[in-house]
Design a protein around this ligand. Structure first.
Ligand code: NAD
Length: 374
């Protein structure tokens, strides 16, 4: 009997629906080559959900997510001007994204930064810096730290407006994400870069103390400590020195966007957000209101998130591998979405749906039993 999975699909805002459609197309292609069924359950989430229903993470959506095996989520968020039409606590990140992460305790965010040799021309770095490619697994703590700490605002004794936000971690939260980092490093090159700011932040002092304790359980993994600001420079000057990096929430938010720049586009940045019980998958980037509705968004990040889902939630490494191959095959054939296409290199620009069509066609072609036995 074929396996069946219920997947909550939160298309989100801006380019979210466009790139989610390509993810669904790819899931359809997987169904045609494997004995599996995906039951896609769409639900509103984000800024548009607020305008339509009065809540950015409506109760109905919470129920759909609770009942699903896994969640795939497009980016959410509005332009600066549109955001102002929503009360701060219902704005998409505060009203939907952070509550989603908290609800399912998705503490471990995997953000692969991968540029294989044949795609190095997409990087804005000089050839001698990018060498034969970049391959970093960035691991970000996702449900604690400054983004989730207590907040306060008001007027102080002098009548000045003030705001206070709290950066809080307990040792268990730190230990959990460090174990994820060490395990990943053990499975790769056995080197872990621990990103911190212990020269200023007490939270990083505790982070590093716990890191020393956890390191004792992984004697085969070499730990390299790097201060977050220096890490930003080092990633630009010599990204190839990094293999697995682990960091707290806000450092990860910022450094992973920097990483997207290193490989040429945020459109190449998928991610997996794993909890102990449930996982959700989303591109690392935002809703790109500047290009929404034009059919030019790069769906790689969303389709790559589907590949991560097949790998990490459904134990389907063959199908996940096919999706990665399919994504790269499009570039190998000289095509690219406009965020990456360089006419001087002869790239032919593809729309979002043309890119998805090519990925799906590759999967069907390469994944059918006849092809496999050839
Ligand atoms: P962004 O990540 O949406 O866009 C930054 C730049 O990258 C833009 O020029 C955009 O066109 C480009 N870009 C991003 N994804 C792309 C893709 N797939 N293909 C081609 N180009 C792509 O960042 P922003 O403009 O600062 O934020 C827009 C909204 O997204 C804001 O409301 C923000 O709060 C929200 N946001 C949401 C998430 C999330 O849902 N996890 C993450 C980051 C930002």
């Amino acid at each position: 009997m074929s396996k069946s999975y219920a997947i909550a699909v939160l298309e989100g805002d801006g380019i979210g629906p466009e790139i989610s459609a390509e993810a669904a197309k790819v899931l359809g292609a997987i169904e045609s080559i494997a004995d599996v069924r995906f039951d896609l359950r769409y639900a509103p989430f984000g800024g548009q959900a607020y305008f339509d229903t009065g809540a950015s993470f409506p109760l109905e959506t919470q129920q759909v997510c609770d009942e699903a095996d896994v969640i795939i989520k497009g980016p959410i968020g509005l332009s600066h001007e549109e955001s102002k039409k929503i009360p701060p606590n219902e704005q998409p990140e505060r009203g939907a994204l952070l509550p989603l992460r908290k609800r399912y305790s998705t503490y471990a965010n995997f953000r692969p930064v991968y540029l294989p040799p044949e795609l190095v021309h997409f990087s804005p770095l000089k050839p001698e810096v990018v060498g034969d490619g970049i391959d970093i697994m960035m691991i970000r703590e996702l449900i604690s730290g400054l983004y989730f700490g207590a907040k306060e605002e008001g007027l102080d004794a002098q009548g000045l407006r003030y705001v206070k936000e709290t950066l809080e971690y307990d040792e268990q939260e730190i230990r959990d994400i460090l174990h994820v980092g060490f395990t990943e490093a053990r499975n790769r090159k056995k080197v872990l870069h621990n990103v911190h700011k212990s020269n200023v932040l007490l939270s990083s002092v505790l982070w590093n103390t716990v890191s020393d304790e956890v390191a004792a359980e992984y004697p085969d993994v070499e730990v390299k400590h790097v201060i977050v600001d220096a890490a930003a420079t080092a990633m630009v000057l010599n990204p190839r020195q990094f293999d697995v990096m682990v960091m707290e929430n806000m450092f990860g938010d910022i450094l992973t966007d920097l990483a997207g720049g290193l490989i040429g586009s945020l459109g190449l940045m998928p991610s997996a957000c794993l909890g102990h019980e449930k996982a959700y998958y989303e591109p690392s980037h935002g809703s790109a209101p500047d290009i929404a509705g034009r059919g030019i968004a790069n769906p790689y990040s969303m389709i790559g998130s589907v590949a991560l889902m097949l790998e990490k939630s459904f134990a389907m490494p063959r199908e996940a591998g096919l999706v990665w191959d399919a994504l790269r095959s499009v570039f190998r054939e000289g095509f690219a979405t406009p965020d990456l296409a360089k006419p001087e290199l002869g790239h032919k620009a593809l729309s979002t749906s043309e890119f998805g069509d090519k990925v799906a066609a590759f999967i069907v072609r390469q994944g059918s039993p006849e092809t496999e036995t050839v």
